[in-house]
Design a protein around this ligand. Structure first.
Ligand code: NAD
Length: 472
């Protein structure tokens, strides 16, 4: 799609206050594919004022009418499904075979769930002698990252609109084109002017101005723990609501007796999907000592099925990383793993063969990883799997729970009840049992430093509501 040179505020594309632009680069070949305006505090202020002005009218719109607009937004996105997939492939580098079902279809599904929830949610209930109303929180600042660019936008904007909030979105600087496409879909869906506003720009400038703006009632942020901590502190100081979806270092725990080949192959696929740029990826595979060597062999073989290549080729399963910064960061972690004594069984820090342009990292598997190593503790955000050994279930649990994060996870066992019992002891927000599928209605979010609050389904809607009790 062609980039807009303006901001979408108060129902129209408007000229930005400044002249600076952000170039959008295709990470597969380093070509510049567009440019968007780099918003300033002035642009943010105009957007927040638009959102404030639109709030009373949208909040007073009956939920059924809000549901109709969210359904129209879903339809507008669905009508452009292929264009969404191509746009995300061009600016993120995700293979088309992932972009279509995940980067395009998932957010369309999530928008649909909120059209339904807006119509069905009990915004009013009787509790004893009270009527309790669930009212919208107000103006929402949505600050999103680049790794699942449309999904993360929809997971904030759709529930906020369903709740009756108005929104200012500041998307990631690496993936602004799909955010502009989203704004076009909002426009096509006939939402009242000012209900949704888009300001593209850099985090420390536009993002910071938005998070600090006194006209914002709730900040919903997804991104790194470092920035999330600052936003949490800012919001706390201003006594604003805040939701944070941050990093992860999730454990894939394979218990003795599990279907080892399936657990390892699904585990490898989970880490390499989206080039490892998934906050909930199972980047630590925990295997019992008796199965360890076999699991390492299976993982090394599986890695060969992910040769990096042109993301537009329908056969490609592994694209580049989003940027040179991320590539260098991930390669640095691989070097650190080697230096700390982990054993490379696939990949490594060198550029994959034959790929000279673009931000490539070889699919990498480390064996003999111990829990204290940097690659077992810090989020790498690249196609890098660490395989760790445990002697018994208690040790597996200590390792699984032994990081500052707690976002996703998996448990595999011959007996489902044993897997569930183990999962209940994990300090994490989601666990997939024996390959259980992603559920777009289940609450998604973190324990510990993986975040505050939940997205998706009714839990995601509740983030944007505040109760008011009337006694009779
Ligand atoms: P980031 O924190 O640098 O950026 C995320 C967003 O915040 C971007 O829009 C950016 O412009 C903005 N931002 C940056 N500095 C800011 C500031 N000072 N004030 C306000 N906004 C600011 O993260 P990133 O490097 O772009 O993304 C990767 C990280 O995000 C990873 O650590 C990953 O785990 C995390 N992440 C978490 C989830 C989740 O759901 N938990 C999802 C995706 C990504």
């Amino acid at each position: 799609m062609k980039a807009h040179d303006g901001m979408y505020t108060d129902g129209a594309w408007r000229a930005p206050a400044g002249r600076e632009v952000i170039e959008v680069v295709n990470p597969a070949d380093e070509q510049v594919i567009g440019a968007v305006p780099a918003g300033t505090a002035e642009d943010v202020d105009a957007a927040v004022r638009g959102a404030r002005a639109a709030f009373p009218g949208w909040a007073a719109t009956p939920p059924a009418a809000r549901a109709e607009r969210v359904a129209a937004l879903r339809d507008a996105l669905a009508a452009r499904r292929d264009e969404i997939a191509e746009t995300v492939t061009a600016e993120l580098g995700a293979p088309l075979r992932l972009s279509q079902p995940v980067h395009a279809d998932l957010p369309i599904t999530v928008a649909g769930t909120y059209a339904k929830l807006a119509a069905e949610y009990p915004f009013e209930e009787r509790v004893g002698n009270s009527t309790v109303y669930q009212e919208p929180v107000g103006v929402v600042a949505a600050i999103t990252p680049w790794n699942y660019p449309l999904h993360q936008i929809v997971a904030k904007v759709a529930p906020a609109l369903a709740a009756g909030c108005t929104v200012v979105l500041k998307p990631a600087e690496d993936t602004p084109l799909v955010a502009q496409l989203f704004a076009e879909a909002v426009d096509a869906a006939g939402l009242p002017a000012g209900v949704f506003n888009l300001v593209t720009g850099r985090g420390p400038v536009a993002g910071q101005a938005l998070a600090e703006h006194e006209g914002v009632d709730l900040v919903s942020f997804t991104g790194s723990t470092a920035v999330g901590r600052r936003i949490g502190a800012l919001a706390g100081g201003a006594v604003k609501r805040v939701a944070l979806e941050l990093g992860g270092k999730s454990a894939n725990v394979i218990l003795p007796g599990a279907d080892l080949a399936r657990a390892v192959n699904v585990g490898v696929a989970n880490v390499f999907a989206n080039s490892g740029q998934t906050c909930s990826a199972w980047t630590r595979m925990l295997v019992h000592a008796a199965d360890y060597d076999e699991a390492v062999g299976l993982a090394a073989t599986a890695a060969k099925k992910y040769p990096p290549g042109d993301p537009r080729d329908p056969a490609t399963r592994l694209g580049p990383l989003v940027s040179a910064v991320q590539r260098d960061r991930v390669r640095g972690y691989i070097e650190r793993g080697v230096a700390e004594g982990a054993r490379l069984v696939a990949g490594g820090p060198e550029a994959p063969e034959g790929l000279t342009r673009g931000y490539w990292v070889a699919p990498t598997v480390f064996a003999d990883v111990t829990p204290g190593m940097t690659i077992a503790q810090e989020e790498i955000f690249g196609p890098v799997l660490a395989v760790l050994r445990y002697e018994d279930e208690e040790e597996a649990l200590r390792i699984a729970n032994g990081t500052v994060y707690g976002l996703g996870g998996a448990v595999w066992a011959a007996d489902e009840a044993a897997a569930v019992a183990f999962a209940r002891r994990m300090d994490t927000g989601q666990v997939d049992i024996n390959g259980g599928r992603f559920n777009p209605l289940a609450p998604f979010g973190g324990y510990k430093q993986s975040g505050v609050g939940r997205e998706l389904g009714t839990h995601g809607l509740a983030e944007y509501l505040q109760p008011k009790s009337l006694q009779f």
